[in-house]
Write a protein that binds this ligand. Structure first.
Ligand SMILES: Cc1cc2nc3c(=O)[nH]c(=O)nc-3n(C[C@H](O)[C@H](O)[C@H](O)COP(=O)(O)OP(=O)(O)OC[C@H]3O[C@@H](n4cnc5c(N)ncnc54)[C@H](O)[C@@H]3O)c2cc1C
Length: 564
């Protein structure tokens, strides 16, 4: 990505066709879609890219088997087609994942689940559309044969135990095996933003929109506060797209609240915990019953086991959303009763929480039942808001928003994102070898950056220290911090540890330990890159510790332990 200072200069110098507010997956998608259709695009993010909900998901690119229970067939079908498209467009970062629904005591695998999985298989074929109506074109970008994985199938107890070693003590006797996809959500956002930049979009973080700029009563840009420099600036643009997720009704609230047809956002908090693979070994993901008909996921992710999620109405602050002790207990109870394990908060390697931008239809049902559909609406200033939806369906949400702009401007500019590859895949054994880099890191680099891993390795080769892992047991390299600062607008230690790498989620407990050297090592290389004085390095380490505590990434911190 372009350096932040350069982006800032371009934002004040130029007048854009569109300014996008929000650097989560939806905003990144809108920037890519609009830029690739020929619009000049600016994107401003108040904190860090993906620091909102888009770094706090369950990391699944999926149709959502459980939405079938609600007969939300359109949503599931749409998401399944997007899943197939994304695994084709970004194969290094959207990858197939095996999931198991085990059965015990010789029972036949649950019939209802089997029917659901049959529907899931059928709904994921692009051909369905063409069959239903020969006049309707199949999904652009998808061809017959793209989806090469097997349909779901019944598996033996042995196979279930080999895919879920953590379950071995319960002797599964069978089960279903099916497929979905998994990603690294924050890295997906960065990948989409990088692609948007290649089409000319100008993106900058730490720019908070506090009001719209107007011309003759119409939105003509945004007034932003530079959260780093403290200055106010105006980004001029003919169109404004509000892609601020759960914050969407905070942009011009007086405008939104006075318009009756505008949907209401009902935030819902979801908590995840991470565990060491040795404590809960998983080769595939599992659907885990969690009481009262609810289920959670237990998933292998970046070498850890990721457990989540809860789903509860939330009305707390949005800037730092932390996992509450009762959510952590709920997840541990579900895991222990399913896997017959005895895990406690002391086993957590990390924890995180996020808030879903669910759209309320006006009734008072629980958040689990509120729609996951995307909502697009235009308010009286002409600002277009796009919110709701899922990580999986970002491309469709972006298309909805940009189609509205195209229609408004009377352009001929069809959506192209179904054909735009997101990065480039590379096999890890083809990466250049750099002295000192542990062999296991190459695979992690190839999966995170695709072909750009070569660029990361060029940075790593600058100094011997950069080839060392940030934490001894995990593959992320110190050189990635330099790369993140130089090419991805990372500005703080937390940016590097929580979103450029994912150590904040995978090793939040270790990083929160005051004796852990990693935050200081990262601060020092950032200081070297940005020319910080030693006192600034100290301040940045302290800022990391404060943010880690506010986000509750340790999950097992003293405060939580004490609360029990
Ligand atoms: C616990 C949980 C699990 C989930 N799991 C999945 C899953 O497995 N699969 C799936 O498909 N979906 C999942 N989702 C849903 C998915 O994560 C969200 O739908 C998606 O990330 C929302 O992206 P967004 O860009 O709309 O919002 P966000 O990612 O929140 O982005 C909005 C951005 O706008 C910025 N912003 C706000 N106000 C301003 C302002 N005034 N000026 C500038 N910027 C501003 C924010 O800082 C933020 O970065 C999950 C959600 C949660 C909470």
């Amino acid at each position: 990505m372009r350096k932040r200072a350069e982006a800032l200069q371009a934002l004040v110098d130029e007048t854009f066709d569109v300014v996008v507010i929000g650097g989560g997956i939806t905003g990144a998608g809108v920037a890519l879609d609009a830029a690739s259709r020929g619009f000049s695009v600016a994107l401003v993010e108040q904190a860090d890219f993906a620091s909102g909900t888009s770094s706090r998901s369950s990391k699944l690119v999926h149709g959502g088997l459980r939405y079938l229970q609600n007969f939300d067939l359109g949503l599931v079908r749409e998401a399944l087609l997007e899943r197939q498209l994304l695994v084709k467009l970004a194969p290094h970062i959207v990858r197939p994942l095996k999931l198991v629904v085990p059965a015990f005591g010789g029972a036949r695998p649950d019939l209802i689940t089997g029917i659901g999985l049959n529907m899931y298989d059928v709904m994921s074929t692009p051909r369905l559309v063409a069959r239903r109506s020969s006049r309707r074109a199949a999904t652009p970008g998808l061809e017959e044969g793209d989806w090469s994985w097997a349909r779901h199938r019944v598996i033996s107890g042995e196979e279930a135990a080999s895919l879920l070693p953590a379950l071995a003590g319960r002797n599964p006797t069978g089960g279903y095996l099916f497929y979905d996809c998994q990603t690294d959500d924050a890295r997906l956002v960065l990948t989409v933003l990088a692609e948007a930049e290649r089409f000319g979009a100008v993106c900058a973080n730490r720019l908070e929109v506090h009001e719209l700029a107007h011309q003759q009563g119409r939105a003509a840009g945004v007034r932003v506060l530079d959260r780093e420099g403290g200055e106010e600036l105006t980004v001029r643009a003919a169109n404004v797209v509000n892609a601020t997720g759960v914050w969407a009704d905070r942009i011009r609230p007086e405008e939104l609240h006075s318009e009756a047809e505008v949907p209401v956002i009902r935030p819902s908090r979801g908590t995840h915990i991470t565990l060491a693979h040795a404590d809960l070994p998983l080769v595939a993901g599992a659907i885990v019953p969690a009481g009262e008909g609810r289920t959670i996921f237990a998933l292998p992710w970046l070498g850890r086991s990721l457990i989540g999620t809860t789903d509860n109405n939330y009305d707390g602050p949005l800037d730092h959303v932390s996992p509450p002790a009762e959510d952590v207990d709920y997840l541990l109870d579900a895991v222990n009763s399913f896997f017959a394990s005895t895990l406690t908060v002391r086993n957590l390697t990390g924890a995180f929480a996020g808030v879903r931008p669910l759209i309320s239809t006006g009734d008072s049902r629980k958040s689990v039942d509120i729609s996951r559909k995307a909502e697009l609406y235009e308010t009286s200033s002409g600002m277009i808001t796009i919110t709701g939806g899922k990580l999986t369906t970002w491309r469709r949400m972006a298309k909805m928003a940009v189609d509205a702009l195209v229609e408004r401007e009377g352009r001929y500019a069809p959506c192209r994102t179904a054909e735009i590859p997101l990065g480039q895949i590379i096999e890890s054994d083809r990466l250049s070898r750099v002295l000192g880099v542990p062999e296991g890191s190459y695979e992690a680099l190839a999966q995170r950056y695709g072909h750009d891993a070569e660029k990361v390795l060029a940075v790593v080769a600058e100094r011997a220290e950069l080839a060392t892992p940030i934490l001894p047991a995990l593959p992320d390299l110190l050189g990635e911090a330099v790369y993140a600062a130089r090419y991805e607008q990372a500005r703080t230690v937390f940016d590097v540890l929580a979103r450029r790498t994912r150590l904040g989620l995978l090793a939040g407990a270790e990083l929160s330990d005051p004796h852990c050297a990693a935050p200081r090592r990262v601060a020092e290389v950032l200081g070297w890159e940005f020319g910080w004085e030693p006192a600034r390095v100290d301040d940045e380490v302290a800022a990391f510790r404060a943010e880690a505590a506010a986000e509750g990434i340790a999950g097992t911190g003293a405060a939580m332990e004490g609360a029990r």
